[in-house]
Write a protein of this length. Structure first.
Length: 286
């Protein structure tokens, strides 16, 4: 049974985020939905056989109903709202699915280094699809580094050795790893972290999968700096702001084209409602 945070629990999580740069929320999503997310990863890998499971990126989700259904789940948006307000858009989402025995590491980095956002007002929710611990390469953070400046990509070390997810990272000599904290999660738990927080993860050399979904939520006042329509830009809650971003319509489910999931019968009706509301806003702003 999914648990709702009480007021005291939310206050403690927010206090930890403000002081340490991260927070953890337990039992956010139910096992049935988590199993569908595992099925979704398998489906994506079948459709993209040349793609490593750690590299199931945001550009795959533009026409993926289940992916949009997952990141728009009210239980996730309720958490995001505490950090960025009630008008919420998606910037990006990425399955980092580390396979058994050979799962790639993630070098120390700050997320915001890589992102074309102005201002850098964004929060990441990291959804555990499997139990995530030290054995299978859980996320590790350096607490309180969210107060440090955001490094540029030119300040990172390039590591294109095929053994890490990002291909670059912060010079390990600059990191005091004795301060690192392992983020231990059960499937369905969510961790939240700041774009400046230094974090990474070891390779998965265990016999188990370590699958997680990163979800990058932004307030609608944050601009995605791109000339083209960003493939994972979706309005998820509230209303857009004129002349800031373009957003994709929510994708409708098509039998035989998309992965079937619980609620597909109602999904297209929901898409019609959301897309009509967004179109009305766009028309009103012209």
């Amino acid at each position: 049974m999914t648990e709702r945070l009480d007021i005291q629990g939310m206050r403690q999580a927010m206090a930890n985020y403000n002081s340490e740069g991260y927070a953890v929320f337990r039992k956010v999503l139910a096992p049935e939905l988590i199993q569908e997310a595992r099925n979704h990863i398998e489906w994506l890998l079948q459709k993209n056989p040349a793609t490593r499971p750690e590299q199931l990126h945001h550009f795959l989700m533009q026409d993926d109903p289940f992916w949009v259904r997952l990141v728009s789940d009210d239980r996730l948006l309720d958490i995001a709202e505490k950090f960025i307000g009630s008008d919420i858009a998606l910037f990006a989402s990425h399955y980092i699915a580390k396979p058994p025995l050979e799962g790639q590491a993630v070098l120390w980095h700050q997320d915001g280094t890589y992102w074309p956002l102005e201002p850098m007002e964004v929060v990441t929710l990291w959804l555990a699809i499997d139990d995530s611990n030290c054995e299978n390469g859980c996320m590790r953070v350096i607490p309180a580094t969210h107060t440090t400046r955001l490094l540029s990509e030119n300040e990172l070390q390039q590591r294109n050795d095929g053994k890490n997810v990002l291909g670059s990272g912060i010079d390990s000599a600059q990191i005091d790893e004795s301060k690192a904290v392992d983020i231990i999660l059960r499937a369905g738990d969510v961790s939240v972290h700041h774009p400046n927080l230094i974090h990474g993860s070891h390779a998965n050399t265990s016999s188990r999968w370590r699958r997680g979904l990163t979800i990058r939520y932004i307030p609608v006042t944050t601009r995605i700096v791109t000339e083209d329509l960003h493939p994972s830009a979706f309005i998820l809650r509230g209303q857009a702001v004129a002349n800031i971003n373009q957003y994709n319509p929510w994708p409708k489910y098509v039998e035989g084209k998309h992965m079937r999931f619980s609620g597909t019968e109602r999904w297209n009706i929901r898409c019609d409602h959301v897309n009509a509301a967004n179109m009305s806003f766009i028309t009103a702003c012209k």
